[in-house]
Design a binder for this molecule. Structure first.
Ligand SMILES: [Zn+2]
Length: 466
């Protein structure tokens, strides 16, 4: 059984301490004829999946998991195929987590078994870097005591949850482990906490929080096979101690209405891209979100660049955070664009997109004075339309329909909310005589914009609405 494991012997040295059994008796690995496992695995999956769809298991509550074939990697001379297992859902992982479809083939190319393997523990970087080794180890019956393993069929029905220490694990919703899971709940704005529940001889020994899934209508509509858009959970996540660059929430920000709005924005295309510049590996800057006093008491927010290896700080003005949810969303987007500009200008290994931005930005630096005017002039020229798109997309989650009802009168928006409304909100914060894009607008345009902004003030201040 150890034949697959042997092929990665050298890369596996670092992991030796993890393994619970000795590797010295491993048989020499023989080269075999390499078969392309991808079509065989696809065939197997297509044949097996329909047989398994009738189950009431996590599939019902966590939405459909689908293989991202384009990301498939074959190992051990084509005897193992590892395929990313995606799903359409917003998820926050606490510890390291990795989910893969795994296929094991014999020398003749027959699929011996296939299923979904979930690994949890340590941090996601560790899991990603050692992915092949960990999967091969699992197939060979070798498990690390530091990780949690769950092997399921293609519809997330558990097949083997036995751990290195003999305990058996299940992934369960808090308090309702045994009950049928409610898929309908996930189709509305609704979050569920999931726990790894460990038992020994049928008795629950302990539980560990794993992740929170949040469903929403917007995820649901985007939930088509293989689509790479909003709410894609690619099956990797979590921190668990590894050094990660990311967006950090100060306690003053956590669990506030602004935080709730921020979390909703993360499901919006455009904003998601903006935030992802600070997430994961390979980025030098963190962003710190907090609520407190700003230098100028009239600012809605401020973004400060503190130098290399320091987080870029975004402070939302504590006196102005209680505006309508849509306006707060606008401020969050506005400040994140500031942060992104600081990142793109100051990052060391510049990507092509950063370089072209830098060139354009330097032109603005020649034309304008002071960080704020440079940033705002650039934002006015390049970001207003994109911001408007994001605000239009987030509005249904922030009380759009009741706002629409409220504004349904002549002089209001009897024909529905126009795009110009969202563009106008994007202009808030850019209406300055030092911003060229604003100065170039004529008086009528300016009055229109201000009129829309005055309407936006009347929207709900709540974030948790249905
Ligand atoms: Zn600004």
């Amino acid at each position: 059984m150890h034949r697959f494991f042997k092929s990665n012997w050298l890369t596996g040295l670092v992991l030796i301490s993890l393994w619970s059994c000795s590797l010295e008796d491993v048989a020499p690995h023989k080269q075999v004829v390499v078969v392309d496992p991808l079509p065989l695995a696809k065939e197997y999956y297509e044949a097996e999946k329909p047989i398994q769809v009738n189950s009431y298991f996590r599939i019902q509550a966590e939405h459909e998991v689908f293989p991202f074939w384009a990301g498939a990697r074959s190992h051990a001379d084509g005897r193992i195929l590892i395929v990313p297992a995606h799903r359409k859902l917003q998820v926050r992982y606490e510890a390291g987590y990795l989910r893969r479809f795994v296929f094991e083939l014999d020398a003749s190319g027959q699929v011996l078994r296939g299923g979904m393997l979930e690994l949890a523990g340590k941090d996601s970087q560790f899991l990603l870097q050692n992915e092949a080794l960990l999967v091969e180890g699992f197939l060979a019956g070798v498990k690390s005591k530091e990780l949690t393993y769950l092997w399921s069929d293609f519809v997330a029905r558990p097949l083997d949850g036995t751990q290195a220490d003999g305990r058996v694990v299940a992934l369960q919703r808090e308090g309702e482990g045994k009950s049928r899971l409610d898929s309908e709940a996930l189709r509305t704005e609704f979050c569920i906490d999931w726990y790894w529940v460990y038992s020994f001889n049928g008795v629950v020994v302990f539980e560990v929080y794993s992740h929170t899934t949040c469903g929403s209508a917007s995820c649901d509509s985007a939930r088509t096979a293989n689509a790479q858009d909003a709410c894609l959970d690619d099956g990797t996540g979590g921190g668990g101690g590894g050094e990660k660059f990311q967006i950090i929430k100060d306690p003053s920000f956590k669990e506030t209405t602004a935080d709730c709005i921020y979390e909703k924005l993360l499901s919006i295309n455009g904003f998601k891209d903006l935030a992802s510049k600070f997430k994961g590996l390979g980025t030098e800057f963190d962003v710190l979100l907090k609520i407190g006093p700003t230098l100028k008491p009239t600012s809605n927010g401020q973004t400060s660049y503190k130098g290399p290896n320091q987080p870029i700080e975004i402070t939302f003005n504590q006196d102005r955070i209680n505006r309508s949810a849509l306006e707060v969303a606008r401020t969050i987007v506005h400040e994140m664009i500031h942060a992104e500009m600081f990142r793109a200008l100051n990052t060391q290994g510049l990507a092509d997109s950063d370089l072209s931005f830098k060139e354009t930005f330097e032109e603005y630096t020649r034309q304008f004075f002071g960080d704020e005017d440079i940033h705002h002039s650039y934002m006015a020229d390049y970001w207003v339309d994109k911001m408007a798109d994001m605000l239009e997309l987030i509005h249904p989650q922030l009380g759009k329909s009741s706002f629409e009802d409220h504004m349904n009168y002549s002089g209001g928006y009897p024909n529905g909310i126009p795009k110009d409304f969202y563009k106008a909100i994007a202009w808030e914060g850019l209406m300055d005589e030092d911003v060229r894009g604003w100065v170039n607008k004529d008086a009528i345009e300016k009055i229109e914009i201000i009129k829309h902004i005055n309407n936006a003030i009347m929207g709900t201040k709540l974030c948790q609405i249905n």
